[in-house]
Design a protein around this ligand. Sequence first.
Ligand SMILES: [Zn+2]
Length: 345
Amino acid sequence: MKIDEQAAASPMKQLRLSWACPACHGELDANPDTLVCKECARRYPLVAEIPDFRVEAPAWIDFDHDRDRALHIDTVAREQGLSEAIIDIFRNSRKFDEKKSRYRLKQVLFGIEKCSREMSGWLAPLTRDPVLDLGVGPGQFVAAAAREGRVMQGIDVSLEWLMIAKHWSRSFGVEPMLAGALAEHLPLRAGALGSVISYDVIEHVGNQKRYASEIGRVLAPGGTVAMVTPNRYSLSPEPHAHVWGVGYLPVRWQAPWVKLMSGREYAYCRLLSTGEIRRLFRREAGLDLDVVFPPISPEEILQFSKLKTGMAHAYNTITQSALARPVMPLVGAYYRASGTKPKAR
Ligand SMILES: [Zn+2]
């Protein structure tokens, strides 16, 4: 057997070949350290086994720095374990102190429970194989699927976090199928997917129109999308800037307002109202979305202080009443948006 044939027989190579060129959507050839597009000859490196399909486009992250960090995190995860690797990211990339890093570690690891519950809950009819987790982050969905012995495909703009997702999935004995990629340039053929799930992503992508049109492109007819995102018009503070009232301002005033109130930059954050996300997906993806304001989850409430727990229960009682439903788009904190791609256009 030639070296090439040996590689072709490996399951890792099979997994890599379900991706496509993010530029022309052509088929890929797998070499030991690179994937090469058979159509346009573009080359994509493998970074600690994970293909890097990110193309030059505006993003909140520096790709070269992220690649170095990813290699470092892969080593830490191998030598010291998953928890130490997660702490390393919080300490060094996010500049959190020891206490906050440990706290966020617990939150990340506990996140798998929420994902499992959502997968057997509202996502159950919205996860048809193959499923793509668009915006893997630390990999709670990928890990929750792996714990059930299932493979969920996943992409993220951060290779550093994808290393966590890779090792987490392997800890359940499942070889994950992950790639570094931009939401606006998905490394997938048209109609390749049964479902896309995407939590807390749309508000951070550089080009929301392309995000929506790419989801419309990669879904098979009858395929589904499920998203969760913070509501633009919310009575709670903007969840990234921790400043009140941001969403009620015109978009061009939002960044200056955040700067004024907190001194922080407000970039790569554009929260959508329920009307805005519906219009976006109708126009760019040909998809009609259902929007629902869910209660705050039990897993999140468990992490709250006593006072905040009381407030969360009150929020849930009020917001889940029929009376509140019509005003939720103007006050609610988070919503779920889901839809099905029509079978025939
Ligand atoms: Zn290509």
